[in-house]
Ligand binder design. Structure first.
Ligand code: NAD
Length: 377
């Protein structure tokens, strides 16, 4: 099969869906690889790196390359006009933002394309090496702490100096999924004292093994637990109790890293205006859930808001700020996903396979997860 790696078209996107290493791998599996000129530049991969190992360089938007491709590997979804250039039956693979994306569904239907949305990959152990949400969330959690440390008016570690001792920064992490746990680990490495809130009881042990303290969720009936490893949406009563519980913690915090999410839903609002009123000037909140409505009141995507001295950082695209490693890991996720599908130089999708079935949102133009694409459910 012929693979095409395009220049990413989304604003601010710096990642690319292949590295020279993964292109080499696809070539060794019997695929042909075309890559648009400049596709890897923002991620630190130059055209020559791809060319010397045997990939074909094509002009961005080259109609022939798009119409000949059997598989387009991307980070974010190509534009509707680019999808329209693909031949019917071809496959597009990427972080396609499927939730409530009826315009994507329409493009896939019209062009009769197959599509795999990595957001929907089941969280099963066999899928772990292909799990792009995890590889990217890990980066986001790490970078969120570095942003907070750079913006904070204090040290992170406890220091004993000739001028006296300073106490370590107090960091609260909301949500202990992949991003949250990496935020905990990074803040601990910098010497902070870390507290963590999550609704899934299973994470308590993970949090404690990283040397952080777990804030037990409020004991009320409607406690949201989990399905398929993910948290369920919390009730308003639960969130009210949780905000009350967190309010005292936040009043003593120097940094809050917000990572609480429920897939396909609005992020739980865990920090209200009243809670922000109680935080000290100089404190920093980094909200990774800002694109999903935010865990914290008043955060805005890509902006830092100063609210009475509390810095509110709306961090929407942190993986793009570490593009080389983000791309290298994402590209390996794609190899792990596609290697079993690219057998003997042929592309064969077994739609009975749990892993494929989970993320295949369209098969030759037939939409398979209509509930996700058209309702956001
Ligand atoms: P996510 O981004 O969907 O959510 C982040 C965290 O927010 C989750 O831990 C969730 O419980 C938490 N959260 C939701 N509502 C909250 C609230 N009101 N208050 C506090 N916290 C709240 O999660 P994720 O990082 O994608 O990971 C989800 C789960 O999947 C984790 O258990 C993770 O370990 C697991 N996982 C499994 C695999 C695998 O087996 N292949 C791979 C990666 C992740």
């Amino acid at each position: 099969p012929r693979l095409l790696i395009p220049v990413e078209s989304a604003m601010g996107e710096t990642r690319v869906a292949a590295s020279p290493d993964t292109v080499k791998k696809f070539l060794s599996l019997g695929s042909k690889v075309a890559i648009e000129r400049g596709a890897g530049l923002a991620a630190g991969f130059v055209d020559g790196d791809f060319n010397t190992i045997g990939a074909e360089l094509v002009a961005p938007g080259d109609s022939q390359a798009w119409s000949e491709a059997d598989v387009v590997l991307c980070v974010q979804s190509p534009s509707a006009s680019a999808l329209a250039r693909m031949r019917s039956g071809a496959l597009v693979v990427g972080l396609l933002a499927p939730y409530a994306n009826s315009s994507l569904a329409a493009s896939l239907k019209t062009a009769k394309l197959s599509a795999m949305a990595l957001e929907l990959l089941p969280r099963i152990s066999r899928a772990q090496s292909a799990d792009a949400l995890s590889s990217q969330a890990n980066i986001a959690g790490y970078k969120a702490v570095l942003l907070a440390a750079a913006a904070l008016d204090r040290y992170f570690p406890m220091l004993m100096t000739a001028a006296g001792t300073v106490q370590p920064a107090r960091v609260v992490v909301l949500g202990a999924g992949v991003a949250g746990l990496q935020a905990v680990a990074t803040a601990k490495r910098l010497g902070a004292v870390v507290y963590v809130s999550d609704v899934r009881s299973a994470v308590k042990e993970q949090v404690e093994s990283l040397g952080a303290r777990f804030i037990e969720p409020p004991e009320i009936d409607q406690r949201p637990d989990e399905s398929g490893g993910y948290a369920k949406q919390a009730s308003e009563a639960f969130l009210t109790a949780q905000r009350e519980q967190l309010s005292n913690q936040l009043a003593q915090a120097d940094v809050v890293i917000c990572t609480a999410q429920v897939p396909g839903r609005k992020a739980p609002r865990l920090i209200s205006d009243l809670m922000l009123d109680r935080m000290r000037p100089g404190a920093v909140v980094v909200d990774l859930a800002v694109e999903q409505g935010g865990n914290c009141a008043n955060t805005r995507p890509g902006e830092t808001v100063d609210r009475n001295g509390v810095k509110l950082i709306g961090a929407s695209d942190l993986p793009c700020s570490v593009p080389n490693h983000a791309s290298a890991l994402y590209s390996r996720n794609l190899v792990a996903l596609l290697e079993p599908v690219l057998k003997d130089g042929q592309l064969s999708l077994n739609i009975e396979d749990e892993l494929i079935a989970g993320c295949l949102i369209s098969h030759n133009g037939v939409i398979r997860h209509d509930d996700v694409l058209n309702t956001g459910g």
